[in-house]
Design a protein around this ligand. Structure first.
Ligand code: NDP
Length: 296
């Protein structure tokens, strides 16, 4: 039977393993909220400032696991979890592990099964916030995995960001998270590329940026494209892939003329040309999704 005695932050233990920029921000949030924080990090010196502020610094990962509360991991990837907890598996029994690091959905499912074999409950967390946003409830984190473990630790997790429990599949939070990063990194790389072309053409970054923001209602484009994809019909009455392909050819050539690296627009053009080769020239651009999604 779980201990349901009401606790206050000061008497609520929480362990945090991993003190990169994200772990540091999380430790800061727990200390500010008055939690009884235990930390461990491979590079011990990163815990020094936290120790001065009252955090316990465990001498080993096993000691960190034994501190009593949920064990939050903020590590580069899941391989680091195995490497840190190797040899401390016996101390996982009865613990709740919340892995807030990035990896693949399959790696998260495997990690949950591994933790389960050692008697631990497991939650995956996909943190949708940069480190400075930790502690801000307008930021959110996707969670999935053990529902009871989530509910019991919800208040504690909400010290970091708001929470959004997506379901009991431990891979699911990672699916949501990786989809967001897929879009984030491809979009942001496109943005950097646009800035590079602007700068090469003598337009300062400060001048072009408001034009880029104003000229691209991405949320609106996402909504209209999603509606087309959901319907699954791609008539080329508003836009045709043949037009998009000609447009991307102009982008590649303009990039080349500006003396800027063409790798990114050429990669996009290659996808468009596959659509043309598949006979989609007279269809809407959105039909390209049928080349990406093998189930379609
Ligand atoms: P870092 O990669 O800078 O640091 C992560 C931590 O992992 C450090 O404590 C590092 O230890 C530890 N680590 C890495 N490999 C090993 C290993 N083999 N053995 C032991 N410890 C290891 O990442 P962040 O702090 O920036 O991020 C942590 C996680 O949060 C990542 O998965 C990231 O994708 C995710 N995230 C980060 C965001 C950000 O803005 N920073 C935003 C959203 C999510 P040591 O100090 O000894 O090197």
């Amino acid at each position: 039977m779980a201990n349901t005695k009401p606790t206050t932050p000061a008497t609520t233990p929480v362990t945090l393993i991993g003190l990169g920029p994200m772990g540091q921000a999380m430790a800061d949030a727990f200390l500010k909220a008055g939690y009884d924080l235990t930390v461990w990090n491979r590079t011990r010196s990163k815990a020094d400032a936290l120790a001065e502020r009252g955090a316990h610094v465990a001498a080993s990962p096993a000691e960190a696991l034994r501190a009593g509360g949920p064990v939050l991991l903020s590590l580069t990837e899941h391989a680091a979890m195995y490497s840190v907890l190797e040899g401390a598996e016996a101390d996982l029994d009865g613990r709740t592990v919340v892995n807030l690091g990035s990896d693949t959905p399959a790696a998260s499912r495997e990690a949950a099964a591994w933790a389960g074999r050692h008697g631990a409950r497991y939650l995956t967390g996909g943190v949708m916030s940069p480190a400075p946003g930790i502690g801000d409830p307008s930021m959110s984190t996707y969670y999935s995995g053990d529902r009871a473990a989530f509910e019991e630790n919800r208040a504690l997790l909400e010290v970091l960001t708001s929470t959004d429990f997506r379901g009991e599949d431990p891979g699911l939070a990672q699916v949501y998270y990786q989809i967001q990063l897929d879009l984030f990194w491809t979009t942001m790389t496109g943005f950097l590329h646009a800035l590079a072309v602007a700068r090469a053409e003598g337009i300062p970054v400060e001048t072009i940026t408001p034009y880029i923001i104003e000229g691209n209602d991405m949320a609106g484009f996402f909504e209209t494209t999603a509606a087309v994809v959901a319907e699954g019909r791609f008539p080329g009455d508003e836009d045709r892939l043949a037009m998009g392909t000609a447009s991307m050819e102009h982008v590649v050539q303009a990039t080349r003329d500006a003396g800027v690296d063409t790798a990114l627009p050429e990669a996009v053009l290659a996808v468009f040309r596959r659509g043309i080769d598949a006979g989609f020239g007279e269809s809407a651009f959105a039909r390209l999704i049928t080349l990406m999604d093998k189930k379609a």
